[in-house]
Structure formats: structure tokens, C-alpha cells
Design a protein around this ligand. Sequence first.
Ligand SMILES: [Zn+2]
Length: 269
Amino acid sequence: MHNIFNRKIAKTFFLFIGVLIPFSCFCWGVTGHRVVAQIAQDHLTKRAKKELKTLFGRETLAEWSNWPDFIKSDTTNTWKHTSKWHYVDLPANLNKEEFIAALKSLPGENLYTQIQAMEKEVSDHSLSPDQRSTALKFLIHLVGDLHQPLHVGREEDQGGNKIKVTWFDKPTNLHAVWDEMLVNFQQYSYTEYANILNIASKEQVREWQDSSLEEWFYDSYLLANKIYARTPDGSKLSYRYNYIFMNDLNNQLLKGGLRLAKILNEVLK
Ligand SMILES: [Zn+2]
């Protein structure tokens, strides 16, 4: 009797843990990354498409866009060193010059160093096709992460992970709201979402693509500052929050896709 009772408690406990795990994610959810990847795919040059075929065959950018998150569950430690590649943490409210100096002097591997490292590997034909396609999978994902503003957030709250909020009365944290809740709230499939966003004029596309990698980071950082200011710990978020930030969210997904295309058109040759 006692034993059965204990087992019941254990079962309930593990069910409870199972419910909690999905909320401890660290990146744009699967839809966000796929939207960015799909928009990029639609802006590839002929040459880039041809080279992509030699690395991915008929598989799409969207299909591989979440793989660098999935491998966080790998238990062999093969990919453990890549967990720091998904973000940078910087102090609050720096001006552009201060920000770029701080970004460039961050120690060790991070989102900024690894986007550049992956670009080099994808374009390096002395590497094996396997190495190049692994680098490509990371590149697709990391450029997406760069456009999730809280991946260019602050160290003290771990990019919003420590800022507790509610989303339609459900307890969560600010980082998760920007990874998943806001994107999922739009209720589009990733192809629908990509099609809806992918209507920028040629001039707009050029403007967003033509800035530097450092400026793209600064762009996300400015939005992160706006989000921090608007979302203190304990915020109760719902319809109004979506209304305030929907445009920013959509712009980030679109910019991410267009800039990923720009990078891929340069490295896939
Ligand atoms: Zn990530």
C-alpha cells in the first residue's frame, strides 16, 4: 500500500516536471527560426541555391533551423561547448560606440564570434562537406537568435530568463515570452508567417541588409532595452503586450530572414 502510494507520488512528480521542461527553452521557438529560414530561402541567389543543394540536397533551411537547439539534449557532451554560441550578454544602455567596443571585446566564444566563425567554415572548400553543412546549420540558427532581442540582453537577468512575468495568467519569464509566446500567439504556420512578412520593398530590403553585423547586434540591443523598460519583473502580459510589440516582433523576423539571405549569398559559393 505504502509502496503504491509512493509510486503514485513519483509519477505525479515526473508528470509535473514534464510540464515544466518545455518552458525552460533558450531560443526563438521552432516557429520563429523556421520563419527566418524560410524568408532567407526565398531571397537566395541562383548561385547560392546551387551550392546549398550540394550541402543539404533537397532539405530546406527551415528544416535545419532548430537543430542547434535540439542538440542541447545530446548526452554525449559532443555539443556542450556550443551552448554559449546562442547569445551575448552586455551591460544596459550603452551608446552605439560603447556597445560595439564591448561586443568586440567579449571573452571566449559567443553569438558574435560564432556567426563569423561559421561564415568562414561554410565558405571554406578545404573542409569536408560534412563540416561545412554542420557550420551552415549553426549559421542559419545563430542569425535567427541574433534577431531575438533578448539574445542580445543583460547578464544579471540572463537575457530576461530571471524576469518573472505572466502570459495570459500563466507564470513564465520574459525570455520565454519573446522566444515562443508572442510568435505562437499569431497562430500562423511558419510558411504562412513567412509569406505574410515577406513583402518588403527592394529599398527596404537593401537598407536592412546593407548595415554591418555589429549594427545588427546594436539593432537587437536597442529593442532589448525597450523591452526591459516596458516589462519589469511581475508584469502581467496579454493582448495589450502583443499590440505594443507585434510590429517589432514581425520586423525582427523579417530582418533576420533578409540578413541571413545576405550572409548565405556571400558564403554559399
Ligand atoms: Zn539558439
